[in-house]
Design a protein. Structure first.
Length: 213
């Protein structure tokens, strides 16, 4: 099974989700995965309503499977999921779709691999303490973006101006690429929900493909 998917997310930093979603699809049997990030913010007049964003993403980035991302933040997983579902219903698209709602924010799912963080920071053999949260407590981390950024800065072992110039956002994306195996996240409720939705969406995609054939 070959899958081309599009990620519609809240911001450019959420491109870090692409390797995670690719992992989930491969785990579900996809042999080839072609990810795209819907960069609708580059448009002269970017759509504001989520339903319009979804339609625009599909028009500009055609795909077999659409992932729509929103961070849970403080309103909770179910609230955000229902928000996405309303947007999908209003958009009336004929593409299998998946809600992506990490508890808190995307960076929560990148705090699982100390070695990947050290390598992304340019010091794979570094010894600086990173103070990463335990896996079972990841979804309790109040500020995962700040925690990941600080871990990368600490792992870099830089000081002064070199630390101030450290491109932490770029290194976040590198962490996502380096982790590779995200199976440890199956201990988290939001990730299990994502995998279940992917199973359902792939079944829908297979059914539609069979009908077209």
């Amino acid at each position: 099974m070959n899958i081309q998917f599009t990620l519609l997310s809240e911001g450019s930093s959420d491109q870090a989700l692409l390797p995670i979603l690719s992992f989930v699809l491969r785990e579900r049997g996809a042999e080839t995965v072609e990810p795209q990030w819907a960069d609708i913010g580059r448009l002269r007049e970017p759509p504001q309503a989520l339903s319009d964003q979804i339609r625009t993403a599909i028009d500009l980035y055609p795909c077999d499977l659409l992932f729509v991302h929103r961070d849970a933040d403080r309103v909770g997983h179910e609230f955000r999921r229902e928000e996405i579902i309303r947007g999908l219903d209003a958009a009336e698209i004929d593409v299998a779709s998946v809600c992506v709602v990490p508890v808190r924010m995307t960076e929560t799912w990148l705090l699982i691999d100390e070695h990947a963080i050290r390598e992304a920071a340019g010091r794979p053999q570094g010894r600086a303490a990173l103070n990463l949260p335990q896996l079972r407590r990841l979804e309790e981390e109040a500020y995962p973006k700040a925690a990941l950024h600080q871990a990368l800065r600490d792992a870099s072992e830089l000081r002064g101006r070199r630390l101030r110039d450290f491109p932490v956002t770029q290194r976040v994306r590198r962490v996502a690429e380096l982790i590779g195996d995200y199976s440890a996240l199956r201990g988290l409720s939001a990730f299990r929900a994502l995998e279940q939705e992917v199973r359902t969406a792939l079944d829908q995609f297979a059914d539609r493909t069979a009908r077209r054939d």
